[in-house]
Ligand binder design. Structure first.
Ligand code: SF4
Length: 492
């Protein structure tokens, strides 16, 4: 699950206009790996920022690493204030920049810093002589000021220092936009949440351009805040100043021309879920929508394309709704099996074509193609809670011949194989109480996926399996079959 905070829920919006709701989002197993990898990367590259922001919040200081009377090198304070790691005159060697861009790690930043220490720092004259910064005394090693306001002396920047308290006062008085975001937010259940507790934080108010394409020193920069809506819009849509992320990091012309608004991600996700065949009821629930129509973009591309080639009797086209018609096509093409299909054939035999179509209209509305096969269950009112773990022994899963389905299953098989190998290789003294459970969990899933991969298209994968949808099933005894059974019993 991902814990997140939704920013807007109109009906409960507070007087101040903004409400944060704590919420969780289920992560489908097929996305687990890429998501964990991405979030771990974000966590590691923002760790120095987060640690500093936490200390700033606790101490109400800008540079909590130092006491107020500490003297620190002028170059270091320049980096802390601007974020720009380039503080010496010659360019940073390309190899060091490449090394940094491969890892974004603190070690690589340290190497760049060390490289510059012995160099000439004449560029610092411009920074420390600019505007209100001229009021910050530049000092010798023992603290005596060497740089008085209005006097452009030649300064040996290798041995020039500033007092931390002087700079903090300067920022508080003249550069309040360079202060970190330390104010907490109260979410709708009353919990107080500080910015340093969030995953997505960033350096704020820093525009590092120019030499070396700009490298921000996350281990020293002092102004940190939440990623806000405006930053997201600006950096992905191109509305506003500066490069978009695509322009800066795109590998091809086509990539660099891309534009995206945060809201279009929602549309993209919606479309992708439809494309993967996730049921519209599930998509509707996921996006907190009130009606299925709001989500509806029917798009079972690959399977649907196969199915449109199947000719059906005009009566079927007239009587059946969209999804039931798809099921009927699947049944006609022998691409589907399971209890809905068996019941359809039985109703057709016992009550005729018209009743069978009525049955399909009532029962097959929830049919959908999952990333791992076709779900032959029906859940017209409640989405299946396990819709993306169908491979785990669900009796309603049937295989199709869609290529992406095969690939998804293979990917999941490889993922669980890796987990099993890692767990089995763990030395005994490192196995904790959950080890055996995790291993069983992975082995069962692995075996089930292998079984799914070996099942022919159109066949149920686990005819004797379990009903994973059980918690979402409708109350027993209310379906059209139950009614028919009751009528039959009365006739008898
Ligand atoms: S009922 Fe079974 S096959 Fe259908 S979506 Fe749920 S888990 Fe998947």
């Amino acid at each position: 699950m991902i814990r997140h905070f939704a920013e807007k829920q109109d009906e409960d919006e507070r007087a101040e206009g903004l409400s944060f709701y704590e919420n969780t989002q289920h992560v489908p197993p097929m996305f687990e790996e890429i998501l964990i990898e991405t979030l771990e990367h974000i966590e590691s590259i923002t760790a120095p920022l987060r640690e500093r922001l936490k200390r700033q919040t606790e101490t109400r200081r800008i540079f909590p690493e130092y006491p107020e009377d500490a003297l620190i090198p002028a170059w270091e304070m320049y980096v802390r204030m601007t974020g720009n790691i380039a503080f010496s005159d010659p360019d940073i060697p390309v190899s060091l920049v490449q090394n940094y861009r491969e890892t974004y790690g603190a070690d690589a930043l340290d190497k760049i810093r060390q490289y510059q220490l012995g160099g000439c720092h004449r560029m610092l004259t411009g920074f420390w002589g600019r505007g209100s910064q001229r009021g910050i005394p530049i000092r010798k090693t023992w603290g005596k000021p060497i740089y008085d306001r209005g006097v452009d002396q030649d300064i040996d920047w290798q041995s020039a220092y500033v007092r931390v308290g002087d700079v903090e006062r300067h920022v508080w008085e003249n550069r309040t936009t360079k202060l970190s975001d330390t104010m907490p937010t109260t979410i709708t259940d009353g919990t107080v949440l500080y910015p340093h507790e969030l995953m997505l934080i960033m350096p704020v108010r820093n525009v590092i351009e120019g030499r070396n394409n700009g490298i921000l020193d996350t281990t020293l920069y002092s102004a940190i805040g939440r990623i806000d809506r405006h930053t997201l819009i600006r950096s992905t849509s191109g509305k506003g100043s500066g490069d978009t992320l695509f322009e800066r990091y795109g590998m091809t012309e086509e990539d660099r021309a891309l534009r995206l608004t945060p809201h279009s991600l929602r549309h993209l996700q919606n479309t992708e879920l439809f494309r993967l065949g996730v049921a519209d009821t599930i998509i509707t629930k996921k996006f907190n929508r009130r009606s299925v129509q709001q989500s509806y973009v029917y798009d079972h591309r690959s399977l649907a394309e196969d199915l449109t080639d199947i000719d059906l009797a005009p009566e079927a086209e007239e009587r059946l709704g969209d999804k039931p018609l798809q099921v009927f096509r699947l049944i006609s093409a022998n691409k589907a099996s399971g209890h809905v299909v068996e019941e359809f054939r039985r109703v057709q035999r016992e009550y005729g074509e018209a009743a069978a179509f009525d049955y399909l209209n009532a029962e097959a509305d929830g049919l959908h193609v999952t990333p791992y096969g076709l779900c032959i269950n029906s859940f017209t009112s409640d989405p299946c809670p396990k819709h993306l773990e169908c491979f785990n022994g669900c009796l309603h899963l049937a295989r199709t011949d869609v290529i992406s389905e095969q690939e998804n299953l293979q990917r999941m098989r490889d993922k669980f194989a890796k987990v099993i190998i890692t767990l089995e290789a763990l030395p005994e003294n490192q196995r904790n109480v959950g080890w055996a459970n995790q291993l069983t969990h992975a082995r069962v899933r692995y075996e089930n996926i292998v079984k799914a991969l070996g099942t022919d298209a159109g066949m149920q994968v686990f005819p004797d399996g379990i009903d994973l949808s059980v918690s979402a099933e409708r109350n027993a005894g209310t379906t059209i079959i139950d009614t028919m059974k009751r009528l039959r019993d009365l006739d008898d």
